[in-house]
Design a protein around this ligand. Structure first.
Ligand code: NAG
Ligand code: NAG
Ligand code: NAG
Ligand code: NAG
Ligand code: NAG
Length: 406
């Protein structure tokens, strides 16, 4: 009698699983149909929920009832997307693709890429991104570089071509609540989810987050050379900038041009007019001036979220990175492409070399460590372990994840 009961329960359980499977398949096919019909040609049709490819590769067996239940639940609750913006001009295609790859490798929530690029780069971006569409964990839109029509020429020649595009993101991406802006020479060594979660740590007056430009005032640039106001002791670096754009669009900013407060969209031009002869690093200087006058609006995150050669070329000065490893690497001054800082270049090449197709993230660590060991004659190479500390952990977590999700 007991045996029959067991068989009956087993049958019921199987039936239940099949039903869930059928429902999830139906939902997936409905979604694919909808996306195929309405999608713009340049938007990769990518649905996080249909992430069977990646899930299987990570070891989440397709026959696992619990896995399906998870996916089924995810379907009912809309998943928050993380928005990542980058501005690419000139010879930055490969570098940008490596940055985007590093974002995709470890991240958990789906990503929406906003890629601003010169027209001649659009086709290459599209081809490269479409070749990753099997990942189904991201979606992208490519935009032309645009500036406000009055004074477009002036904005274009500020600092580097296109760099000041980022100042206009809150007005261009009107529908987007929050955004992570990064330079093309950024590499994520841990999930984007982790920096994204800092948005929830903003207090009521904070609208954006950046890292200090320097940890060590003796080698700081702003405190020694700037001919304009700047945030805090050493200024801030805008290469990794997390923004709550809803708040940026709403806020009225104190400034030193008029006695009335101005909104983001109205403050930029007067600021450029007033300071254009005194600024050196273009839009980053304008951001520094803005947050000098509105310091309560900035959330400052530690240097390991924006780790640059300045943090090690004359000796290590980013304590947080020494303790926990580098979270986001920023190879500014072209160090991924010359021989000045081989430790930075080694990490870049390891990530550039690894491909999603063979999904060999594990196998990048050993050769990378060997490359890094060749750099110990440099100050940055001496502390090479901090370049792989977090990366090693991220790779481990990445492979552990399917079992944790269940
Ligand atoms: C992908 O992005 C496009 C344009 O930004 C949007 O219309 C579409 O709904 C998105 N698709 C998914 C599956 O998120
Ligand atoms: C620009 O720099 C000069 C020289 O340091 C200084 O006298 C001037 O006040 C600065 N202009 C502004 C708008 O701060
Ligand atoms: C951004 O700020 C707005 C207004 O305060 C808030 O409603 C929204 O939840 C914030 N976004 C995030 C991701 O925290
Ligand atoms: C939010 O944090 C900033 C920076 O620590 C601070 O200046 C500001 O006063 C805080 N705002 C509130 C409302 O506590
Ligand atoms: C990356 O690939 C290049 C050429 O394909 C090779 O020379 C280099 O050693 C590789 N670097 C790493 C860190 O794997």
């Amino acid at each position: 009698m007991r045996r029959y009961l067991r068989v009956l329960i087993l049958c019921l359980a199987c039936g239940f699983c099949s039903l869930l499977y059928a429902i999830s398949q139906l939902a997936v096919s409905l979604e694919e149909g909808a996306a195929g019909g309405g999608g713009k040609p340049q938007a990769a049709v990518a649905s996080w929920l249909a992430a069977s490819g990646r899930g299987a590769e990570r070891g989440a067996g397709p026959a696992s009832g619990a896995g399906l239940l998870d996916r089924y639940n995810l379907k009912i609750q809309p998943i928050e997307k993380m928005h990542l913006a980058v501005v690419a001009c000139g010879e930055r295609l490969e570098e940008t693709m490596t940055m985007l790859k590093s974002a995709l490798i470890f991240s958990i929530k789906p990503l929406q890429f906003h890629i601003f690029a010169e027209d001649q780069l659009h086709d290459s971006f599209k081809a490269r991104l479409d070749s990753w569409s099997f990942l189904q964990t991201f979606n992208y839109t490519i935009y032309p570089i645009t500036f406000p029509s009055e004074n477009a020429a002036e904005w274009k020649k500020l600092f580097k071509p296109c760099a000041s595009q980022r100042l206009f993101l809150p007005s261009i991406l009107k529908e987007v609540d929050s955004l992570l802006y990064v330079d093309t020479d950024i590499l994520f060594l841990r999930p984007v989810d982790d920096i994204w979660s800092l948005l929830k740590k903003f207090n009521s007056t904070q609208i954006a987050a950046m890292a200090p430009e320097h940890e060590e005032p003796r080698i700081g640039w702003y405190n020694r050379f700037a001919r304009h106001p700047y945030y805090g002791k050493t200024g801030v670096n805008s290469g990794v900038m997390l923004m709550n754009m809803t708040r940026m669009r709403k806020k009225y900013f104190k400034n030193d041009m008029t006695t009335v407060r101005l909104q983001w969209g109205d403050i930029l031009m007067p600021l450029l007019k007033k300071y254009k002869l005194n600024i050196t690093w273009g839009d980053q200087d304008l951001l520094n001036i803005m947050f000098f006058h509105n310091p309560e609006s900035l959330f400052v995150f530690p240097c390991q979220w924006n780790y640059r050669p300045d943090h090690c070329i004359y000796g290590s000065n980013c304590r947080e990175a020494e303790e926990e490893g580098i979270f986001i690497l920023h190879g500014n001054r072209g160090v991924y492409h010359d021989d000045k800082q081989p430790a930075f270049r080694a990490v870049y090449e390891a990530l550039r070399n690894c491909s999603f197709e063979d999904y060999n993230v594990h196998s990048l660590l050993k050769p990378l460590e060997l490359e890094l060991q060749k750099t110990v004659h440099t100050y940055c190479g001496k502390i090479y372990k901090i370049f792989i500390k977090q990366l090693t952990k991220s790779i481990r977590d990445h492979y552990d994840r399917p079992s944790k999700e269940r």
